[in-house]
Design a protein around this ligand. Structure first.
Ligand SMILES: [Zn+2]
Length: 209
């Protein structure tokens, strides 16, 4: 018998609970108590009513997208590389709980709560804007996030031009990239897009120097 499908992983559960504003404004609110009571939710969990299972199946992707917009990299300290070679000395990602040498510091835009997360969870949970800033933030360009925030304060349309869909609406139709090649926020198929992995590897390589 195949293992039951996991509908909500422990890391997703923590992300949903920590994204307070998005949770209050979406149908996530309906399952807040369930999230607190059960770290993992599976398709065959005996506490799961069919109506709730359907709600999760229907809205899960949208919840991830809505919550992702609540977080940004911390401009003053976007990442820290733990100086120790020993995994025992590393902090744990506050979403998946794995030890992480490369810590990314993200902040809730509403309540300013800060989290330490690993690069995998940045890619998995944060929006396109944050993932982009993660990629360009290196030891040679440590204040990329602060610079980007200065830019967007002065020119508030920049994030819309760069990251809002439909992508690049001002381009003539023949120059718009095929949608299949443009990864969207929290598209489940995008997690291991080779380009992103390559960029992350490059960053890690740069920092490890
Ligand atoms: Zn993680």
């Amino acid at each position: 018998m195949p293992a039951a499908t996991t509908l909500i992983t422990p890391a997703e559960n923590r992300f949903f609970l920590l994204s307070e504003r998005a949770r209050r404004r979406t149908t996530l609110q309906q399952i807040s108590a369930l999230l607190r009571a059960h770290v993992t939710v599976k398709a065959d969990s005996d506490f799961l009513k069919p109506t709730v299972r359907n709600l999760i199946l229907q809205d899960h992707g949208q919840w991830l997208t809505d919550c992702s917009h609540e977080w940004q990299l911390l401009a003053s300290l976007p990442y820290v590389v733990n100086p120790s070679e020993s995994r025992q000395a590393w902090h744990h990602c506050e979403l998946c709980h794995k030890p992480v040498r490369y810590e990314y510091h993200v902040q809730n835009k509403q309540n300013h709560r800060e989290l330490i997360v690993g690069s995998e969870c940045v890619k998995k949970f944060m929006n396109a804007e944050t993932r982009y800033l993660m990629v360009i933030t290196t030891e040679d360009n440590f204040y990329a996030v602060a610079q980007y925030q200065t830019l967007t304060t002065a020119v508030p349309t920049v994030p819309t031009i760069m990251f809002a869909q439909p992508w690049l609406p001002q381009l003539p139709a023949e120059r718009v990239p095929p949608s299949a090649q443009v990864a969207t926020d929290n598209d489940p198929n995008r997690h291991d897009v080779p380009k992103t992995s390559h960029q992350a590897t490059t960053i890690a390589g740069t920092k490890a120097r």
